[in-house]
Design a protein around this ligand. Structure first.
Ligand code: ATR
Length: 278
């Protein structure tokens, strides 16, 4: 019998994570001899956990809050994406080396590719994107949009200095404005919310009705699936994409590295994860 391949997700806290459910369904679907288990690892126990990975207990795993930045320092090598973002969410063993990457930006783009094909048409790339928020998710999304060819990626954040830091760091098409300025509307092709506003169904960073009807509105918040921002956009006749797919798609590259099969994000997985949120 093949040896069981063990993967993990670590975070602190971790009990809320839907990743074991997603990877569990993929393992079952492909009848693989593997496990994917959540471990609550506090910052002071992070190094000890990495020693367990190096000792061969795991093929790899996911890293979530608050370890994404520290973990980057604990692996042997990271790819260009992770280096630019300064954070990793996926690690895997290659021989006796521990490698890391960050799949958040890729997950964001793949979700839009899936749910709104043609979303990155030339007219939208020219019109540019407005990214609300300036945390870790914003960094990954800003980088993903710039790499996809958006000619303007504007970061708007409550704390202006954080928005400025992202715009300066990534350069190119990136610039920054205040949330107040963003609230006045503008001719953007895409609006992305990465702030925590909307979680639990409360709050909305800007009013999408002040933007063109063709503006695509998407939210990294997926609890609830239809956030106040997405509901308002829908009411204004704008196309919307919810954020659940970003969570599902960022999981794909890790599973492929650990278990050797590229899994598919299906409606059944979406529905199963959704059912756990009710
Ligand atoms: P991430 O999960 O992306 O790493 P984070 O670093 O916790 O998130 O950042 C959360 C984002 O939500 C930030 O952009 C934060 O704005 P500040 O940088 O000004 O703190 C934003 N945010 C949280 N609560 C907010 C509120 N009530 N109004 C506006 N923005 C808010």
């Amino acid at each position: 019998m093949a040896e069981t391949k063990r993967a993990f997700v670590i975070g602190h806290p971790i009990s809320h994570s839907r990743s074991p459910l997603v990877h569990g369904m993929w393992l079952q679907h492909h009848a693989l001899e593997g496990t994917y288990i959540a471990h609550d690892v506090s910052p002071e126990n992070l190094l000890a956990f990495f020693n367990r990975i190096r000792a061969g207990e795991f093929v790899g795993g996911n890293i979530t809050l608050p370890h994404k930045e520290t973990a980057l320092e604990l692996v042997d090598e990271v790819d260009d994406t992770a280096r630019r973002l300064g954070a990793i969410n996926t690690v895997w063993m290659e021989g006796d080396r521990l490698l890391g990457t960050n799949t958040d930006g890729e997950g964001f783009l793949a979700n839009l590719d899936d749910r709104h094909p043609g979303w990155d048409a030339p007219a939208r790339l020219r019109a540019g994107a407005l990214v609300l928020g300036a945390g870790g998710a914003s960094r990954a999304i800003v980088m993903g949009l710039a790499d996809r060819g958006f000619q303007r990626v504007t970061v708007a954040n409550r704390t202006v200095a954080r928005g400025e830091a992202i715009a300066e760091e990534f350069g190119g098409p990136c610039d920054t404005i205040s949330i107040d300025e963003a609230s006045k509307g503008g001719d953007y092709g895409l609006i992305v919310n990465t702030t925590s506003l909307g979680m639990g169904g409360e709050g909305m960073p800007i009013d999408p009705a002040l933007f063109p009807r063709s503006t695509l509105v998407t939210d990294a918040v997926y609890t609830p699936l239809m956030t106040p921002l997405l509901l308002a956009a829908k009411a204004a006749g704008q196309p919307t994409v919810d954020g659940l797919g970003m969570l599902l798609y960022q999981a794909v590259p890790g599973f492929e590295r650990w278990f050797g099969i590229r899994p598919t994000v299906t409606n059944r997985i979406r529905e199963t994860v959704l059912a756990t949120m009710k």
